[in-house]
Design a protein around this ligand. Sequence first.
Ligand SMILES: C[S@@+](CC[C@H](N)C(=O)[O-])C[C@H]1O[C@@H](n2cnc3c(N)ncnc32)[C@H](O)[C@@H]1O
Length: 221
Amino acid sequence: MSEDVSASATLEEALIKFGAPLPDEIRNQLQRYVDALWEINKSLNLTRHTDYDKFVSRDVIDSLALAGQLRPNEEILDMGSGGGVPGIVIAIIRPDVRVTLCDSVGKKAHAMQAMIEQLELEVPVYHNRAEEILEDLSFDAVVCRAVAPLKKLLAWLDGHWLSAGRLLTIKGGRWLEEVKEARHLGLTKGVEIRNAHEYETPGNDHPSVIVKVWPKGRKEP
Ligand SMILES: C[S@@+](CC[C@H](N)C(=O)[O-])C[C@H]1O[C@@H](n2cnc3c(N)ncnc32)[C@H](O)[C@@H]1O
């Protein structure tokens, strides 16, 4: 366990913080995923973190927060999953949600495929840009973390809202500036944007925010 729980948290602490008393089987699977990713990351740069507890306290907590915004039976696309954050965590802790992973970089998609097989999860993994997938498949929500500024996400999803459903993206203290930037570029005209959930992560001064975006005219999803 980390000495300084204010700066980082163990997996157990992260789960307690989110009031997620998960069955042992799911908790063990989550631990297996974190261990597998950590092992792969020694040879392949899938997460920028070098500190295991920090990875758990930022990435896993973000994923748990996002998982809390999803409804039973929803079908979601994790855009730019990298090493599986938040998609693999959501697939493990929310077996009632159907997750699809994608990354535009082949080595990341292949590493995720290997972890999905190791964890025996039924999760499709695509080596594609999310926009390409949205040409053929439909989802209730697109989720993403640390992929791009809001202006880029909105530009990519423009014209794909029927198949994207809504966007749930994790942002930091600058999220309102990102909204202003996107508005200035005329990228917010067709959408509603709202702070759907705010939460603290260990060692961060600013709360993290889950920003929800959906097409104008549609009832808030
Ligand atoms: C900084 S990484 C973040 C990975 C992961 N979401 C996380 O939080 O650790 C961003 C990832 O998004 C991928 N990416 C960027 N644009 C994308 C797009 N339009 N569709 C799919 N993947 C994309 C990149 O290849 C990269 O792996």
